[in-house]
Design a binder for this molecule. Structure first.
Ligand SMILES: [Zn+2]
Length: 363
């Protein structure tokens, strides 16, 4: 059963603490088992921060559909809302199947309205589980560092104009790729991938290998916001991840895919969760799709990220500040129609992935 579009915005929560409470209550109402992975970091009202996992269906499943929210902290509002909609109306599960909802991999970022975690790490650049590359930055990022990451509180400093000049000089796509690729050189900078595996990813990996190591097939969906047309969803495949052909998967999901051996994605990244999954569960047949719900133009999003990052490192970092409100709007628009679309896209993709995972094709 699909949620009603005209009331779907009600699944959005105003803050991390209420989202967590609603998720846990809805999981219990739905008869799900709950796992809780506690983090040492605290929220703005000194509240506990946990990664919560709701488990519906078989406890030793052969086929699993895993839905992740909040890898990027503040982007979790949409993923959390979609997960509440899923707990209210989950897809039918076979006797050997499970639907697993991981609520907010980066709760610090959601609670503090940041994209990065408690160590300023972008968790989707932190999953270097095999190759362990923890140094360096793209050469062009080094040239852009002073523009992207000024060591001062937010101010009007003609960022848009200067970024446009950099694009004119180096090429817009080259600049975009250099910024978003991930870097390990500037610990207070944007898109910092960290110097080691972070607590949240470590807890997640331990849990994943312990609880899902025996599954034959896993379909993972990682829900994000920001990239792409406003209120539309874009599905991105990781290069080298997934056994089905692009055409087969596109037909099953009723959507075009970008990335991987499909059409090129907006940019490529290093150290993403999706790219790490096959190595973490080598026995498991894997599909992975990153779902982006588009918000605002990239310049607005990067400006908001930049201002909030300056406020965090060089202001007092408190929530009652325009840079926090601007970042929230940049990655979680307040308008009901956007929120309704986000829930419907999130919920709808899980239903289509459930048909694929639990249907005849993969049996
Ligand atoms: Zn994201």
């Amino acid at each position: 059963m699909l949620p009603r579009a005209d009331t779907a915005a009600e699944f959005f929560s105003p803050d991390y603490a209420s989202a967590r409470g609603r998720f846990r209550a809805a999981a219990l109402r739905a008869g799900a088992a709950l796992d809780t992975l506690p983090l040492a970091a605290r929220g703005p009202r000194d509240e506990a921060l946990t990664i919560d996992i709701a488990w519906l269906g078989a406890r030793q499943p052969r086929r699993v559909l895993l839905h992740l929210s909040g890898v990027h902290g503040v982007e979790a509002f949409a993923g959390s809302a979609a997960q509440l909609a899923l707990l209210a109306a989950p897809p039918p599960l076979p006797a050997d199947g499970a639907l697993v909802l991981l609520h907010v991999l980066n709760p610090y970022g959601m609670a503090w309205l940041r994209r990065a975690n408690e160590h300023n790490v972008d968790l989707n650049r932190n999953f270097h589980v095999d190759n362990g590359i923890w140094t360096g930055a793209p050469p062009l990022y080094k040239r852009l560092d002073a523009l992207l990451n000024p060591a001062s509180p937010p101010s009007r400093d003609a960022f848009a104009l200067r970024l446009a000049a950099a694009g004119w000089r180096h090429g817009v796509q080259a600049v975009r790729q250099a910024i978003a690729h991930g870097q390990h050189r500037y610990p207070r900078g944007l898109f910092y991938g960290g110097a080691e595996l972070q607590p949240g990813p470590r807890l997640f990996i331990d849990w994943l290998q312990k609880r899902l190591g025996g599954a034959e097939a896993l379909f993972a969906i990682d829900m994000h916001t920001g990239l792409g047309p406003h209120g539309k969803d874009t599905l991105i495949r990781e290069p080298g991840v997934g056994s089905a052909s692009v055409e087969t998967l596109q037909a099953a999901l009723d959507r075009p895919l970008s990335g991987g051996n499909a059409a090129p994605a907006a940019y490529t990244v290093r150290g993403s969760l999706g790219a790490a999954l096959p190595g973490l569960l080598p026995q498991t047949r894997m599909e992975f799709v990153l779902q982006e719900i588009g918000t605002w133009p990239a310049l607005r999003v990067i400006s908001a990220l930049r201002d909030e990052n300056r406020w965090h490192h060089y202001g007092d970092g408190g929530l009652d500040h325009p840079s926090k409100r601007r970042l929230l709007e940049a990655l979680c628009p307040a308008a009901d129609d956007w929120r309704e679309a986000a829930v419907m896209h999130g919920h709808g993709l899980v239903y289509r992935a459930a048909c694929w995972t639990f249907g005849e094709k993969s049996a």
